[in-house]
Design a protein around this ligand. Structure first.
Ligand SMILES: [Zn+2]
Length: 365
């Protein structure tokens, strides 16, 4: 397969839904009721939050270990699925691949619906960004409006659970397709940003890096009077910035050399740097299992890492709403909200079990 690497990183300036995590999701796991997963009888729907129905589809026949198509398999009670996922993750260490579904609870939009279809405006292409000043102008105008919500976003429950799993030695590395920096904000230390980070900006001419927060001030200084219009647009959530706004927007260059500025992210049509990809595959080599969280793996750079793990004979498990490109070789997939499922997973892994990892010090994740 020779699909180009591509990242869903181009339109962070729009379509940001004010969907910050619920009060429940913001609680540390240790404060959740212990019966969260335990009192649900076989066959019952496991509702882990308002309107959330946790369903699980299994791909493995326990007796034979044979793998079947995930999409064709049955639905299991949530408790069993969580316990099976916990059992699968006791093959330590585990590498995580995370995607947009993990950050929706931080108010950052997902790019694909549950069928894996793109649901945002047409993505910017890498080549167009490099060659067309008008494309850069539109990007920066939208990014200027959308930045505050990205820059000020807080980690959600799922980010915190994964941070806890790293501290316990369960998760060795998080390979993230997200560019929002929320794993690092949550305290995860071993993070590979497959598609870069929106918090950094680089000069295409001299190669210097700048903090995105500083660039926001440069954009504001270059466009006096636009702050109120930008605030109104941002308040509309998914409002597109208007064409007059874009055409009037002035894009400053590098303060040292005047070169064009680009966010330090991998746009569609660009490639993941080789050293970054090598670090990701090395992390998988050293792991015993791979857990996909909140990603449909429709972007090839993420899919090929899951495929690589599978070809190495390592079990690939997933928590995701809707289909994934790897459904046909997943050992287990839980269809649900990432944060809620990860919290239940954390509880399950704290229950005594043969071969279980040690309980976290102080009971906190
Ligand atoms: Zn420069």
């Amino acid at each position: 397969m020779n699909s180009p690497d591509a990242a869903a990183t181009d339109d962070l300036g729009s379509a940001v839904q004010p969907r910050v995590g619920t009060d429940r999701a913001s609680l540390p796991v240790s404060t959740l009721p212990g019966r969260a997963a335990a009192d649900v009888g076989p066959g019952a729907d496991l509702r882990v939050g308002p309107g959330r129905l946790l369903r699980a589809a299994t791909t493995q026949t326990p007796a034979s270990g044979a793998t079947h198509g995930c999409a064709d398999s049955g639905v299991e009670p949530g408790e069993q699925a969580i316990d099976r996922l916990a059992a699968g993750l006791r093959r330590l260490p585990v590498v995580v691949i995370s995607g947009a579904g993990l950050s929706t609870e931080s108010g950052i939009p997902a790019y694909r619906d549950r069928h894996g279809r793109w649901q945002q405006p047409a993505p910017i292409q890498h080549r167009d960004f490099l060659t067309a000043a008008s494309v850069r102008q539109r990007y920066w105008a939208r990014s200027f409006v959308g930045w505050p919500r990205i820059g000020l976003a807080s980690p959600a429950a799922g980010h915190r659970v994964l941070r806890g799993m790293e501290q316990l030695g369960i998760v060795s590395t998080v390979i993230t397709q997200n560019v929002d920096g929320l794993h690092q904000k949550a305290g995860s230390r071993r993070v590979i940003e497959l598609h870069g980070g929106i918090g950094r900006v680089l000069c295409l001419a001299c190669g210097q890096h700048f903090a995105r927060a500083a660039v926001q001030q440069w954009l504001l200084a270059a466009n006096p009077g636009v702050a109120s219009a930008a605030t109104r647009a941002a308040a509309d959530g998914d409002a597109e910035v208007t064409d007059p706004f874009v055409s009037a927007f002035r894009v400053p260059g590098c303060p040292d050399c005047g070169g064009a500025l680009k966010p330090d992210v991998v746009f569609f049509g660009d490639s993941v740097p080789r050293d970054r990809l090598a670090a990701a595959t090395q992390a998988i080599d050293a792991a015993q299992a791979l857990l996909v969280v909140g990603s449909s793996l429709m972007v090839y750079s993420g899919f090929r890492l899951a495929d690589y793990a599978h070809r190495q004979g390592k079990p690939v498990l997933a928590i995701n709403r809707g289909v994934t490109r790897a459904d046909h070789f997943l050992e287990l997939k839980i269809d649900g909200e990432c944060g809620a499922v990860l919290e239940l997973l954390a509880l399950a892994m704290q229950r005594p079990a043969q071969g279980a990892p040690p309980a976290p010090a102080g009971g906190r994740w």
